[in-house]
Design a protein around this ligand. Structure first.
Ligand SMILES: [Zn+2]
Ligand SMILES: [Zn+2]
Length: 75
């Protein structure tokens, strides 16, 4: 049994996610996303897919990057 870092649920099928130097234990992907997914700098939504990384900043899509003045990025 492992306990979810986000909601505290103890669940036999909990899994671990490692991201760089940080690691977390979660009972479901929703909790994992809540704890680890980056947020778009423009609209604030969770970046679940590849997203767009431009000049060290993370956006959900090329449009959001454009909106804050980061031009010519490919989604
Ligand atoms: Zn959870
Ligand atoms: Zn966005």
């Amino acid at each position: 049994m492992a306990r979810c870092d986000v909601c505290g649920n103890e669940y036999g099928k909990a899994f671990q996610v490692t991201q760089g130097s940080s690691k977390g234990t979660f009972d479901c992907f929703e909790c994992a996303i809540h704890a680890m997914a980056p947020t778009c700098e423009h609209c604030g939504c969770r970046v679940i897919g590849h997203g767009v990384e431009a000049r060290g900043r993370i956006f959900c899509c090329a449009h959001c990057a454009e909106e804050v003045g980061v031009h010519h990025v490919k989604a």
